[in-house]
Write a new protein. Structure first.
Length: 257
C-alpha cells in the first residue's frame, strides 16, 4: 500500500517538523504500507483563508498526480482540510482529511468535542468546517492560542518550549471542559505531532486526541475496504466527477496572471 501524505509545509521551512513526522509515521503505519510526505511551496506560512485557498489548488492537483503515480490513498495532513471535497471529486482513490477524520473519531470518544487552534484567525474557518461536516451539535467550541504556523515549529526538540505550548493549550482547553466538552482536538497537524510526545494526554479528564494516526489508519482501512468490497466515494452529489478534459484544464492552468 502506498499513501501520499500532503503536508502544507515544505522541508525547507519545516525540517524539524518533517523529520519528527517521518519518525511518527514510521511508528504507526501497518507492515507493508509506504507513506511519502509531500510539501507545498510556497508553504502555508500565515493563518488566513486566502492562504488556505492557494494551498488547496496545489492539493487538488497533487491528488490527481498521486493517483496517476500509483498511490493507493491521499491524505491531507492539514487540519483545515482545504481542497478536501474538490480532491475527492477528481480521483477514485480514497482521500482523507485530518480535520474531518479527527472530528469524526472524536464523536466515538465523547458526546461533545472542542478544538483549540493555534491562531484566532482560524476560528471562523473551523466553524465553517464543523458546519460542512454536519457536526455543530457534536463539536461545540473553538478556542485559540496565538501562534503563526512557523512559530510553533520551534517547539520541536525543546522540552521547555513543548511545556510552554502545552500550558497555553491547556489554558484555552480548560474553559471548554468546564462548558461540557468531553474530547479535546488540537487544531493542526503541527500541535498534534508536538503533543504526540505526551502519552495519554488529558486536560481535566478530557482526552487530547492526535489526528495523525487516526487519519493514517482511516486511509489504510479505506484502501483495504475498497479492495475487499469495492466500496468507494459517492458520485451523486458533492463528489460528482467532472469530465477528464475539465480535470486536464484545471491541471494545466494554475495561475491567473
Amino acid at each position: 500500500m502506498r499513501i501520499w501524505y500532503q503536508s502544507y509545509v515544505d522541508y525547507e521551512h519545516g525540517a524539524s517538523y518533517w523529520d519528527e513526522l517521518r519518525k511518527h509515521l514510521d511508528q504507526i503505519i501497518d507492515p507493508g504500507t509506504e507513506i511519502d510526505i509531500k510539501g507545498i511551496t510556497p508553504h502555508d506560512s500565515y493563518a488566513h483563508a486566502i492562504v488556505e485557498f492557494r494551498c488547496a489548488r496545489e492539493v487538488i492537483c497533487n491528488a490527481v498526480r498521486a493517483e496517476r503515480e500509483g498511490y493507493d490513498a491521499f491524505i491531507i495532513g492539514h487540519f483545515q482540510d482545504a481542497g478536501l471535497y474538490e480532491a475527492r471529486s477528481v480521483v477514485d482513490i480514497p482521500v482523507l482529511g485530518m480535520g474531518e477524520a479527527s472530528m469524526l473519531h472524536a464523536c466515538q470518544l465523547g458526546q461533545r468535542s472542542g478544538i483549540v487552534t493555534i491562531n484566532r484567525r482560524y476560528i471562523p474557518w473551523f466553524h465553517h468546517q464543523i458546519g460542512k461536516y454536519g457536526l455543530k451539535e457534536r463539536v461545540t467550541g473553538v478556542h485559540a492560542m496565538q501562534f503563526e504556523p512557523g512559530q510553533i515549529l520551534d517547539a520541536f526538540g525543546s522540552d521547555e518550549k513543548l511545556e510552554t505550548v502545552r500550558a497555553l493549550f491547556e489554558e484555552q482547553a480548560r474553559p471548554l471542559v468546564e462548558e461540557g466538552v468531553d474530547v479535546l482536538i488540537p487544531g493542526g497537524g503541527i500541535p498534534m505531532l508536538l503533543f504526540s510526545q505526551l502519552h495519554d494526554h488529558r486536560v481535566d479528564g478530557a482526552p487530547v486526541i492526535n489526528g495523525i494516526p487516526i487519519v493514517v489508519k482511516q486511509a489504510e482501512m479505506a484502501v483495504k475496504l475498497k479492495k475487499l468490497t469495492g466500496l468507494g466515494i459517492s458520485r451523486t452529489s458533492d463528489y460528482v466527477k467532472p469530465p477528464l478534459e475539465v480535470i486536464e484544464e484545471f491541471m494545466a492552468h494554475p495561475k491567473g496572471l
